[in-house]
Design a protein. Structure first.
Length: 296
């Protein structure tokens, strides 16, 4: 009789240990940072090579939006730029004739100065030669000013065209659909041959290499956890068994809230709890929305 009693007690003890093994400190669901990628240009989607579940790399080209009109506009602006450049005056060439006149006038002044010394010419003739030089100099200065104003005006026109070309280049670049993040395509919102516009969603992407379990702890547990603390995360594997993962607490809410309805029983939902985020390295089996259990 005594032996049977010992066996029963031992069995109850083992059963109790087994039940404690499955008692978890917190429960939650897995989530990830999801980013909606939108079109940066308007037009017909000529190519969009993605499928839901596809793993993408940052910098990967996925397709492009029709750029025919932009290319034609760029050619038109480049032609206008060439026309402006061709109208730009060559100041040296434009004033070359006056510069020759100035040289001739100075030679004439020197000749008359020599004649004055030899009493073969009058002082008035020498003054007239000097006045002629001054007149030519003023003509050259006026032409420099006029041509300079013309160059400045054409330069401003060219800068305006250049800015428009840079805008077109930016639009052409944004017409290329380039993925900016490492991650997996969660949802695809657009298809090839559809019209799109700037800001319209194309697809949703999330990095699932690490995934976050948002779980909830009680007020009693709140003082026992800290950022960077390692915990054990359990997810359903097979019938009556769990798969273990190592997790690290990366965020703890400082405000209490009511337990989410999807997490606990009706009685427990009335309790105030604190949300925590636990970062878990994903081996490919963890999914967004999957339930997880935590042992602190």
């Amino acid at each position: 009789m005594k032996t049977k009693l010992i066996i029963v007690i031992a069995a109850l003890f083992l059963l109790s240990c087994g039940n404690n093994e499955n008692e978890f400190d917190a429960t939650g669901t897995f989530e990830a940072v999801e980013t909606i990628v939108s079109a940066q240009a308007s037009g017909l989607i000529k190519e969009l090579s993605i499928e839901e579940g596809q793993v993408l790399k940052a910098g990967q080209k996925l397709g492009y939006i029709d750029t025919v009109q932009l290319s034609l506009k760029k050619k038109q602006l480049e032609a206008q730029m060439s026309a402006i450049i061709s109208r730009k005056p060559n100041i040296a060439a434009e004033t070359a004739a006056l510069q020759e006149d100035l040289k001739h006038a100075r030679r004439e002044q020197n000749r008359i100065a020599n004649l004055v010394k030899a009493d073969a010419a009058t002082r008035k003739q020498l003054d007239d030669a000097g006045s002629q030089i001054d007149i030519i100099k003023k003509k050259i200065a006026a032409q420099h000013t006029s041509l300079g104003n013309s160059v400045s005006s054409l330069g401003e026109e060219a800068e305006a065209i250049k800015a428009q070309i840079e805008q077109i280049n930016d639009q052409l670049e944004k017409s290329q659909i380039i993925n900016e993040l490492d991650g997996s395509v969660i949802t695809k919102f657009a298809e090839e041959s559809e019209m799109t516009s700037t800001g319209k969603a194309l697809y949703k992407i999330a990095d699932l290499s690490t995934i976050t379990l948002r779980a909830y702890i009680t007020g009693n547990q709140f003082s026992k956890v800290k950022i960077g603390q390692k915990v054990t995360v359990f997810v359903d594997s097979e019938a009556d068994s769990y798969k273990k993962y190592e997790g690290i607490i990366e965020w703890i809410s400082d405000k209490a809230e009511f337990t989410p309805k999807t997490i606990q029983t009706k009685e427990e939902r009335a309790n105030l709890v604190y949300a925590v985020k636990i970062k878990v390295k994903n081996d490919g089996l963890l999914k967004i929305g999957m339930y997880g259990e935590v042992k602190l």
